[in-house]
Each structure stands twice: as structure tokens, then as C-alpha cells.
Design a protein around this ligand. Structure first.
Ligand SMILES: Cc1ncc(COP(=O)(O)O)c(C=O)c1O
Length: 463
């Protein structure tokens, strides 16, 4: 029998043979896991870790989801491989289901184009916009995240993701996002009168603001890439009136709205598409992550017919070897069927309310540790702050995160347990909480208790 390597032997090899350019070494030492189920990851000692980030929302429907796993196994036995230049039924049926969901929620007909990862689908959206508008400049939000390929990095706000890679001539123009808890304009909602949108509108008042040719009325920008709720930016939820006001301005200047649903799509924020919460019809929607619940990856874009019809986006406009792979489309199709059979929106809104209630009681108990808590559906946020109750405390957030990963908290049964969190936000002080959609009330109680244990351990001086 082959010898099982110890964790320290594996770490030695990792040190020598693995690139450290990914995010593994955000945590030192990095953590190994052995198996997963439902809301839990298990390490090599079989210690359970309650996961409150579910692979950044890619495994929203639960680890080892049996139905989706079976769809994968069935396809492995039937049609595990097929060049994407040929058709298979699942691709067509999945595209239909996604397109029909757009018709239902946004009243628009259109088509779907598949790819593999999220950033690749963002690249396809960039190509589509450039092709349709013949403009290569984009607006995007401060705090926005669209992935790490070169094109996606160019419209992602962080310079940190670009700095090693030279000049980005088509870097987006970044616009402040309505992050009301820390308003970029130091205003207070609703007294602000939506000052931020009005500032954006002002850009178009004169040609000297650099976005519009006033003589022809043509904008230099093709699209505005947005997340309906900022993901990596810290699960920031905009006020209801923001996107309708923004869309009006964009429509006036023939600038497309590209809605990146890679993290919020597939019910994370209650509705199937996050933007459906905000009464706005996007021109292009980008999706990925939870479509296959983290199994064989699949992503894609949907666009309004006039942007993606074969006349304007003909054969070969974009392509990737694995783009509409048979395994991913089989899982995606099963997932869409699953969504039709159950009222996920209702379930997620109820669970979200229940979870947010627990976060609010923690905030009440620890006002010198927790600033804002908020949520829509099961996209929840908790800001870790300094003693004054407002200034961001990145150091403490990092400490809580690292302690949770040690796996030495105590469950109700007295057994050792860990807590998996993800830190995001503009100041890296926000826990972006994305629990499994099947999280139970008792798991939510456990989550509250584990947060409590972590705060008592890491912020003794504040409680
Ligand atoms: C909103 C958003 N867009 C794009 C991406 C990039 O997706 P991927 O990591 O699959 O390339 C992410 C990933 O976190 C995301 O959250």
C-alpha cells in the first residue's frame, strides 16, 4: 500500500514545487483538508470546520451535494468528453433555461455563451461590448472585483492585482460605489439625496470631464461593469434607488450595463440574479461559480439579442477548448432543474433573516469589535472595527480568521471544531459571510457561538 505522506512532508514538497503566487500563503502555515460534506470541511485529523464562505460562494448548494454529484457521475459514464465544436443536449437545454430565466426576471430575450472560469467569461463580456459598441473603455466600481486575467484585472479596482504586469492601457475608469456605511463622499443616506449618482451624472455635463464628445453626443465608454452587491469588496449592498438611477444615465449615453453575477448569481442574494433585487434590466449578465456548485467549472455570459445575435457575434468570435464542457453543462442543467422544483428565493430570504438576526445580536453584545452588519438573502457582512466602534480593524479581522482556522474551538458536544471565514472589504476588515443554502438553525446557532468564542479569544481588551 502506498504510504500516506505526513502533513509536514507535504508542506516541504509544497514549499519546493508549488508556486506561491496564488492565495494559499495568505495563511501561514497553509491548511490541508481531507474531505467535505454539507456545511463542513474536515482536516486530516477529522476535525470539522464549519464553512461560512463556501468557496467564495461557488459551493453554495452544499459540499458533496448528492444530486449534483450524481449528475456529474452520470455524465462521466455517458459523454465525459466532447470537443466544444460539437453539440450535446445539456448545453442547449442549459442555455435555454438561463435565457428563459432572463426573460422571466428581466423581460428580455437573448443568448448564452459558455466559458470555464469567471474571469474568462468577463473577458468574453469585454469582447462582446467592444464588438457591439466599437468602444474599448469601460467604467467599473471602486471596490469592484472581476477576476485576475489581464482584461479582468484592468476593470478590477485593486492596483495590487496589476502592479507586477506592466502598463494597462485600457484600465477602467473607477467610480465610487454606494458604500453607505463608509460613504466615499462622507454623506449620510438618505439625506445625501443620492449624491454619488449625481456626481457620476455630472461627468457627462461637459466634454472637459473626458467621457463624452458633446458635439456628437457620443461617449468614449462602452459599458459599466458592476456587481449588484460587491463581493470581494465586502458584500456591500447598495440603496434600492441606486441602480435604476445609474441605468437611466447609462441609457441616455448608450453605455451598456454589464452585470457581473459571478458571486451573487444563483440565489446568493435571494433572487436568482442579484440585480433582480434592484429593478434594473442589465444588457449583459456574467455568471460562473455556483452554476456547477464548484464541481467541473463552467461560466458564461448572457446578452440581449441585439448584442449577441449571430449577425453581430458570428461563429468563432470567441472560443476556449473547455468552454461548454459536457460535465459542467450536465451539472449546471441539473442545478437549474433543482431551482425550478423548490422556492430557493423564499428559503434563502428566510434563512438570511435568521442568520442576520444572530449577527445583529453579536454586534449588540460587542459594539467595540463589530461595526456594521448587513445582508441580503445569504450574502451577509460583518465589519470588524477598532475600540471606537467605527475605524476598520484589519489586524483583528486577520487574527479572528487565523484563529478560526486553527480548529481548536469547542462545539456544543465539547469536540474540537474550526470556523472557515473569508476576509474582504476595502479595508480588509469585513467577514463576507456566504453560508451553505441548506444551513440549519442549529448550524446558525453554532456559527454564532463560534464567533463569540473567537471574539472572546482575540479581543479580550474590548469586551
Ligand atoms: C464578482 C466576481 N467576478 C469575477 C470573479 C472571477 O471569477 P474566477 O475566480 O472564477 O475567475 C469573481 C471571483 O471571485 C467574482 O467574485
Amino acid at each position: 500500500m502506498e504510504k500516506k505522506l505526513t502533513e509536514s512532508e507535504l508542506l516541504e514538497k509544497e514549499k519546493k514545487y508549488c508556486s506561491h503566487g496564488d492565495t494559499v500563503h495568505y495563511l501561514e502555515p497553509p491548511k490541508f483538508f481531507e474531505r467535505c460534506e454539507g456545511s463542513y470541511l474536515y482536516d486530516r485529523e477529522n476535525t470539522a470546520f464549519l464553512d461560512l464562505q463556501m468557496w467564495y460562494s461557488a459551493a453554495s448548494f452544499g459540499y458533496k451535494n448528492e444530486r449534483l454529484g450524481n449528475a456529474l457521475k452520470k455524465q462521466v459514464d455517458k459523454l465525459p468528453q466532447l470537443a466544444c465544436q460539437y453539440l450535446h443536449p445539456e448545453k442547449v437545454e442549459l442555455a435555454e433555461k438561463i435565457a428563459k430565466s432572463m426573460e422571466r426576471l428581466f423581460g428580455e430575450s437573448g443568448r448564452v455563451h459558455f466559458n470555464v472560469g469567471g474571469a474568462q467569461a468577463v473577458e468574453d463580456a469585454l469582447k462582446l461590448v467592444r464588438n457591439a459598441t466599437k468602444r474599448n473603455l469601460m467604467f467599473a466600481f471602486m471596490g469592484g472585483y472581476h477576476g485576475r486575467t489581464l482584461g479582468a484585472s484592468a476593470i478590477t479596482s485593486s492596483y495590487r492585482y496589476r502592479r507586477r504586469y506592466g502598463h494597462f492601457s485600457d484600465r477602467a475608469q473607477f467610480v465610487p460605489y454606494p458604500y453607505c456605511y463608509r460613504c466615499p463622499y462622507d454623506k449620510k443616506y438618505p439625506d445625501c439625496g443620492m449624491y454619488c449618482v449625481k456626481q457620476f451624472e455630472k461627468l457627462f455635463e461637459t466634454e472637459y470631464n473626458g467621457v463624452l464628445d458633446n458635439k456628437t453626443g457620443e461617449a468614449e465608454y462602452g459599458a459599466f461593469f458592476v456587481e449588484s452587491i460587491q463581493g470581494t469588496g465586502g458584500y456591500v449592498i447598495p440603496p434600492k434607488e441606486y441602480f435604476p438611477m445609474l441605468k437611466k444615465i447609462l441609457d441616455k449615453h448608450k453605455i451598456l450595463l454589464v452585470d457581473d453575477e459571478i458571486q451573487m448569481g444563483f440565489h446568493r442574494a435571494g433572487k436568482l440574479w442579484g440585480m433582480a433585487n434592484f429593478n434594473v434590466i442589465p444588457d449583459v449578465v456574467v455568471f460562473g461559480k455556483a452554476l456547477t456548485n464548484g464541481l467541473n467549472p463552467l461560466s458564461g455570459i448572457w446578452a440581449k439579442e441585439e448584442l449577441i445575435s449571430p449577425k453581430v457575434f458570428p461563429a468563432g468570435s470567441t472560443h476556449s477548448t473547455f468552454s461548454s464542457n459536457t460535465l459542467g453543462t450536465a451539472i449546471g442543467l441539473e442545478l437549474m432543474k433543482m431551482l425550478e422544483e423548490q422556492d430557493y428565493e423564499k428559503k434563502i430570504m428566510e434563512k438570511g433573516k435568521s442568520f442576520l438576526g444572530r449577527l445583529k445580536s453579536l454586534q449588540k453584545k460587542y459594539p467595540r469589535v463589530i461595526g456594521d452588519v448587513d445582508g441580503l438573502g445569504l450574502a451577509l457582512r460583518m465589519e470588524i472595527v477598532q475600540k471606537d466602534g467605527y475605524a476598520p480593524d484589519r489586524e483583528l479581522a486577520d487574527k479572528i480568521f487565523a484563529e478560526g482556522m486553527k480548529g481548536d474551538l469547542r462545539g456544543k458536544d465539547g469536540k474540537k471544531i474550526g470556523l472557515v471565514l473569508d476576509v474582504g472589504g476595502y479595508y480588509k476588515n469585513v467577514f463576507t459571510i456566504a453560508p451553505c443554502f441548506d444551513i440549519t438553525e442549529s448550524e446558525m446557532d453554532l456559527a454564532e457561538d463560534l464567533f463569540d468564542q473567537l471574539i472572546r479569544r482575540c479581543a479580550k481588551d474590548r469586551i
